[in-house]
Design a protein around this ligand. Structure first.
Ligand code: FAD
Ligand code: ZN
Length: 229
């Protein structure tokens, strides 16, 4: 109760399975007394490209453009573009970040990757020697809630696609942990398109159930062993 949650959502269709998972999270967390904010990236027409348009005003070095340096400098002088400042404010205020999306090519949809690329700016999310457990977004939790086309068997260690944890490594460890954010167990709905209607209902119920006790969960031990052992 009283916790702030930001859900960063990347699906084009509200009637989709991802849309249903989003709706459940908003309803359940709101019911618990959390304040929930949604960044509906497609609906916002969120810009995924990291370009010089992200810097308002003059560049630090106008001779040779370096996106990392320019956004870092712009962050420090309050010169990032408005859409980035808004997302950073939402992140800053949140106790929990939930990412809701379908797996695209063993990764996140480009629009969500663009959110990561553009919002988690140096100086804001991490800094020189301020990364991993020392990252700037400490005391926040994250949860990756994703759907797949492939089955659970395919995403097992001996399966054709390999352990789903291999896919989570860049997202959970490379991005969230790098920025100091602790990581809750991922929530994966396997192959919602290819299961029975009953199974789909079961998966949605399981998400509701998980959310009911979410605040009692401990973060995972996000280290290479969790992913690759
Ligand atoms: P939907 O098709 O929206 O949902 C499935 C069904 O659930 C639909 O019939 C929908 O009507 C129904 N439904 C929605 N809400 C409810 C409800 N409340 N109750 C009951 N039924 C409901 N998959 C991989 O495994 N690996 C990849 O690398 C990969 N790469 C991809 C790359 C691209 C570019 C694309 C487009 C897809 C890729 N996929 C991949 C597949 C993708 O991950 C799945 O298509 C996606 O996760 C399915 O989720 P969805 O929300 O879009 O499903
Ligand atoms: Zn980690």
């Amino acid at each position: 109760p009283g916790k702030k949650v930001l859900i960063v959502y990347a699906h084009q269709e509200p009637k989709s399975f991802n849309g249903s998972l989003l709706k459940i999270a908003v309803e359940e967390l709101t019911k618990q007394g959390c304040s929930v904010t949604v960044s509906d990236l497609y609906a916002m027409q969120f810009e995924p490209r990291a370009t010089r348009n992200d810097i308002a005003g003059p560049l630090h070095n106008s001779e040779e453009f370096n996106y990392g340096v320019e956004t870092w400098e712009a962050y420090k002088r309050g010169g990032l573009s408005k859409d980035l400042v808004e997302e950073q404010k939402k992140v800053q205020e949140a106790d929990l970040l939930i990412f809701q999306f379908p797996l695209f090519w063993f990764s996140m949809p480009a629009i969500l990757k663009g959110w990561m690329d553009r919002v988690l700016v140096q100086g804001f999310a991490y800094d020189l020697s301020k990364s991993y457990d020392g990252g700037l977004l400490q005391d926040k939790l994250s949860l990756f809630s994703l759907t797949t086309g492939g089955t659970k068997e395919m995403y097992s260690k001996g399966g054709i696609s390999g352990d789903i944890r291999y896919v989570l490594w860049p997202m959970q460890h490379g991005i969230m942990h790098f920025c100091g954010v602790r990581v809750l167990e991922p929530h994966i709905c396997y192959a919602p398109e290819n299961v029975s209607a009953e199974k789909r209902k079961e998966m949605l119920t399981a998400w509701t159930q998980r959310l009911k006790t979410l605040w009692k969960e401990e973060p995972i031990n996000c280290s290479p062993e969790w992913y690759f052992k």
